[in-house]
Design a protein around this ligand. Structure first.
Ligand code: COA
Ligand code: AMP
Length: 623
């Protein structure tokens, strides 16, 4: 079948198409209601099916000939550890962890926060929740205590699963003090905090609520899989919106499992038994989908890598892992490829390894810029697949669907809309635009399986953020165009979200934090282009009258503040103290124009500008 035939099949008969795909998985009770709408008009997939995601991902394979195949390989250059779990071993570990959660009183529908570094226990924790129908919410380890606190208050977890520390190259980051601090800040207090002790740091278990992971596991009995409905939630994953409060993207079990399984072959051309490596973090959606769930649902071997593309120990790290485990497909963010390119421009380190197993390079998280594309193409001569997606969808909205048809590649384009995604470019009034016209990228409803069906606890926010701007469409927040051959070019966010080293961050949130500093009258944060990280946040602040601190002092305090409130991952390192911010006469800060100036792009001075000199001041800063 060609891509176009596959795409049309799903477009013309979505229910028939996705019912067929759902049959690739073993349900306890196969769904009859394939696509339904609830009382709020929201679409759901596979509502009446009964299933368990962990069963489909593990037990099914144990019972069907893959018990002794490697399911998960943990490779940690930062601790010099390697460990392989077969499907049977992983199923057994997950069943015990699920038993531990049950002993702690966790039941179907309860939330469990997973705040863990990249260790096998993080995947085990996620799957253990899935096994008993609990809803996990993984919080990226690089977030600071206040970010964790916001998620604790929103998700109200019964239990937090964690580890004593994470390791950032050589720096040991203790998690327990961060958790205790977050619980102190939060209004909600979880019943228990379970800590996996790592040799690099021992956490003090000083509260009654604290539990030692290994001790609890030693007392636990393996738990059976709890059947859940297709529409029961598997997880909540918080992502940055335009305000300070992150959005809890909810993912339903049924649609997720079907889309994950389907995408492994259709998008990534990976077969059961193959080794697939998503070099990301379980704290991000790529990690959820392609480190944990999709490869396991598909019967593959997945790699969980605790290290960086460079410095652990060098820019050959990825190539070492690929050759050592026979990786067929590598999936990472452009920033990782750029980091390798910077350290090893001739790819000499890659030449030291046998990479004959590697068949394709996949990239997502931000646009794969043509320069990086060209470098990968020249050095590796492999198919390069840029795929565009979001936490909200859980899988690629646009990609070269290499398992269906290997289409020609256009650098800078994420190729074509994936099966089930009716992608349209809309103008400001919601009118569909023609080829090569830039606008807002939207998806005509209904979306295919796996896409979010609400924001946790806030249906109104879900509707307001995604569905109400253009009725009948989901609005992605990205801008771009479709060329006359149907190729989608995603050019960047049209809102206040930025992408720093593949990490999605909100400039609005940074502004809220900076605005709290007593010396600041007002501020604006924009995303400045960066050769390595894609974008870097850049702050502009106006001081209150009478402030005597120097610019250096202010800058230092603001950088520390953002690091304390969001975390090091914000990479907030640049602040400019300015006499005023460019604004319209009605008082709107001209962030877009500031961004264009700072990025050396062409810009038009808005006719509504209050004082044109304020833009000249920004221009001078840029130099
Ligand atoms: N826990 C604690 N701190 C973390 C962290 C974690 N899990 N992840 C990152 N940080 C810290 C880093 O140590 C760094 O701290 P510093 O400012 O004190 O040096 C800061 O957050 C910024 O991290 P990062 O933006 O990742 O930059 P880096 O300079 O450490 O590394 C790359 C640059 C390109 C090597 C790295 O960003 C990378 O590997 N990116 C891949 C991104 C990715 O997988 N994205 C997922 C989407 S597919
Ligand atoms: P996240 O939800 O963290 O996965 O971030 C999603 C956002 O990252 C998207 O809305 C885009 O702005 C950006 N993004 C992800 N992948 C791509 C890609 N392949 N091309 C362009 N932008 C991307």
């Amino acid at each position: 079948m060609s891509y176009q035939q596959e795409f049309n099949a799903a477009k013309n008969d979505p229910e028939g198409f996705w019912k067929d795909k759902s049959e690739a998985l073993e349900w306890f009770k196969p769904p009859q209601n394939i696509l339904t709408q609830d009382e709020n008009g929201i679409h759901h997939w596979f509502a009446d099916g009964e299933m368990n995601t962990a069963y489909m991902a593990l037990d099914y394979h144990v019972n069907n000939g893959r018990a002794d195949q490697a399911a998960l390989i943990y490779d940690s250059p930062v601790t010099n550890t390697k460990k392989t779990y077969t499907y049977r071993e992983l199923r057994d570990e997950v069943a015990l962890a699920a038993g531990m959660l049950k002993d702690l009183g966790v039941e179907k529908g309860d939330r469990v926060i997973v705040y863990m570094p990249m260790i096998a226990e993080a995947a085990i924790a996620m799957l253990a929740c899935a096994r008993i129908g609990a809803i996990h919410s993984v919080v990226f380890g690089g977030f600071a205590a206040p970010e964790l606190a916001v998620r604790i208050d929103d998700a109200k977890p019964k239990v937090i699963l964690s580890a004593s520390c994470g390791i950032e190259i050589k720096r040991v980051i203790e998690y327990k003090p961060l958790i205790d601090n977050a619980i102190e800040i939060a209004e909600h207090t979880p019943q228990n905090v379970v800590v996996f002790q790592r040799p690099e740091a021992t956490a003090e278990l000083s509260h009654d609520r604290d539990v030692d992971w290994s001790e609890a596991i030693s007392k636990a009995q393996p738990a059976e899989c709890t059947p859940v409905k297709g529409t029961d939630l598997l997880y909540i994953l918080y992502t940055s919106g335009t305000t300070g409060k992150p959005k809890g993207v909810v993912r339903e079990n049924g649609g997720h499992a079907v889309a994950m399984k389907y995408s492994m072959k259709a998008v990534y051309d990976i077969d059961p038994g193959d080794v697939f490596w998503a070099a990301s973090d379980v704290g991000w959606v790529v990690g959820h989908s392609y480190i944990v769930y999709a490869p396991l649902l598909h019967g593959c071997t997945t790699i969980l890598y605790e290290g960086k593309p460079i410095m652990t120990p060098d820019a050959g790290a990825f190539w070492r892992v690929i050759s050592e485990y026979g990786v067929k497909g590598l999936f990472t963010a452009p920033t990782a490829y750029r980091a390798i390119k910077k350290e090893d421009p001739n790819a000499d380190l890659a030449k030291q390894y046998d990479l004959s197993c590697l068949e394709a390079l996949y990239s997502a998280g931000e646009r794969l810029d043509p320069a990086t594309f060209d470098w990968l193409d020249e050095k590796f001569g492999l198919p390069i697949v840029d795929n565009w997606w979001q936490t909200e969808t859980g899988w690629a909205i646009a990609s070269n669907m290499t398992g269906i048809e290997k289409m020609k590649v256009k650098p800078g384009s994420a190729t074509v809309p994936c099966t089930g995604f009716n992608v349209q470019i809309l103008d400001e009034n919601g009118k569909e635009l023609g080829p090569n016209e830039q606008g807002n990228i939207a998806i005509k409803l209904p979306m295919p399986p796996s896409c979010l069906t609400s924001v946790w606890g806030d249906l109104d926010r879900f509707k307001a953020s995604y569905l109400e701007t253009y009725p009948g469409y989901y609005v992605s927040g990205d801008g771009g165009y479709i060329d006359d051959e149907g190729y989608l070019f995603v050019m960047g966010r049209v809102d206040d979200v930025i992408n720093v080293a593949g990490h999605r961050l909100s400039t609005g949130e940074m502004e809220e934090i900076i605005g709290k500093h007593p010396a600041i009258a007002e501020c604006a944060v924009i995303g400045r282009d960066d050769a390595l990280k894609g974008q870097m946040p850049t702050g502009f602040v106006v001081l209150k009258n009478g402030i005597t601190m120097t610019d250096e002092e202010i800058t230092k305090e603001l950088i520390t503040l953002v690091r304390q409130e969001i975390g090091a991952v914000a990479s907030f390192k640049e602040v400019h103290v300015v006499p005023r911010l460019p604004k319209t006469r009605s008082g709107k800060i001209l962030r877009k124009t500031m961004r264009q100036i700072f990025n050396g792009e062409e810009y038009i001075i808005p006719s509504t500008i209050d004082d044109p000199d304020s833009l000249s001041e920004i221009q001078e800063l840029k130099g």
